[in-house]
Design a binder for this molecule. Structure first.
Ligand SMILES: *Cc1c(COP(=O)(O)O)cnc(C)c1O
Length: 359
């Protein structure tokens, strides 16, 4: 077998590591912010019925414009959006990749505010887009002034705002989004992968779309919808943005099976999202219990919590793994990230942590 170094790989990919959240089988996986509740059987049956119909047409290419799915997504989001404002792909990672392909590329740069989602620089690299790792304050917040200053300093073609931010959970106010939008001629992407977990009444960037043709709101069915295995991400934007993405997407990129499964899931959105309140309650339980054990937390509007006070993150990661619990070491010194799972999973995590914590 050859070594990677033996191949004529692109110079800018030499020496890099791939995205690598460990994927091991453990009793309790709280590492990649999935919804850990299994799909309700009634929804599973609806999906299977829908898939069974789609299977009979697999001799044909899928609907390239996935119009029925875009209608379902527009219907789910509401707020006056129509299918012409919606676009979908295999996970919001592919959505972001298409945005980078269309609006980034060689000679252009994307700006994000670190620590933030680890895939942004990887997607930038893969599309030949420069990556600018902007900064946040000591508590990982981002103010309109700081964001605007950094946008003006770098003049990026794409600004990515993660709201709430992964891996910190930090909410983002609408002021930051509008200030950034006004400070750039580029595309402003708001990644709302965790929007459904925010407190009731929290504003979504969707409300800011009217009149802002360079604003894009990215969402996913991987988190709240308990649908990570299907790979379905989507965005809402001005239809002109979607025309741009048609230039770079692969033809028929969403399989007939993906479209059928996602439509059936959206038909049952209320049942699928019924676990969101439980998960938010477990997140709030973590936010209260971790400080009591001596681990300060950051406020979180998502389905995960970043906690500090960890003297040796890789060591604690290993101790938890030895007890069958997988969390995430996101590389922030003194911190680990844990997903809010089911009540039983959170109980097991807190018991293991209590066991590990020196007294
Ligand atoms: C999990 C996550 C996504 C989701 O990616 P998919 O490709 O839709 O599974 C997107 N953005 C952020 C910030 C995430 O944490």
């Amino acid at each position: 077998m050859a070594d990677l170094a033996d191949l004529p790989l692109r110079d800018d990919l030499r020496g890099l590591s791939p995205y690598g959240a460990p994927q091991t089988t453990v009793p309790i996986a709280l590492n990649v912010n999935e919804n850990t509740h299994p799909l309700p059987e009634i929804v599973a049956h609806g999906i299977v019925t829908s898939l069974a119909k789609a299977v009979l047409t697999l001799n044909r290419y899928p609907d390239r414009e996935f119009t029925a799915l875009r209608e379902s997504l527009a219907n789910y989001l509401g707020g006056g959006l129509s299918a012409t404002n919606l676009w979908a792909a295999n996970g919001s990672n592919e959505i972001l990749q298409q945005l980078f392909q269309a609006f980034g590329g060689p000679g252009r740069a994307a700006l994000g505010f670190q620590p933030t989602y680890s895939m942004y620089p990887i997607l930038a690299r893969g599309t030949g887009t420069g990556w600018i790792g902007g900064s946040r304050d000591e508590e990982f917040r981002l103010s309109p002034d700081s964001a605007v200053r950094q946008v003006r300093e770098h003049s990026p073609s794409i600004v990515i705002l993660c709201s709430p931010n992964n891996p910190t959970g930090t909410p983002l106010s609408s002021d930051v989004i509008t200030a950034v939008y006004d400070a750039t001629d580029g595309i402003v992407v708001v990644d709302e992968a965790y929007a459904e977990f925010a407190a009731a009444g929290t504003a979504s960037a969707l409300e800011l779309l009217p009149g802002r043709e360079r604003l894009v709101v990215s969402r996913t069915m991987s988190k709240a919808f308990a649908f990570a295995g299907v790979r379905l991400g989507y965005l809402a934007a001005d239809p002109a943005v979607i025309d741009a993405l048609r230039l770079v997407r692969l033809p028929y990129h969403l399989s007939s099976l993906t479209q059928a499964a996602a439509i059936a899931a959206l038909d049952n959105a209320d049942i699928l999202l019924a676990t969101v309140a439980d998960i938010a309650a477990q997140r709030d339980r973590l936010l209260a219990a971790l400080p009591a054990l001596g681990y300060p937390v950051l406020p979180s509007d998502a389905n995960f919590v970043l906690f500090g006070g960890v003297a040796d993150p890789p060591g604690m990661f290993g101790e938890l793994l030895a007890r069958g619990i997988l969390v995430r070491d996101v590389g922030i010194p003194g911190h680990l990230r844990v997903t809010a799972g089911t009540e039983a999973e959170v109980t097991a995590f807190l018991a293991a942590l209590t066991d590990i914590t020196p007294r």
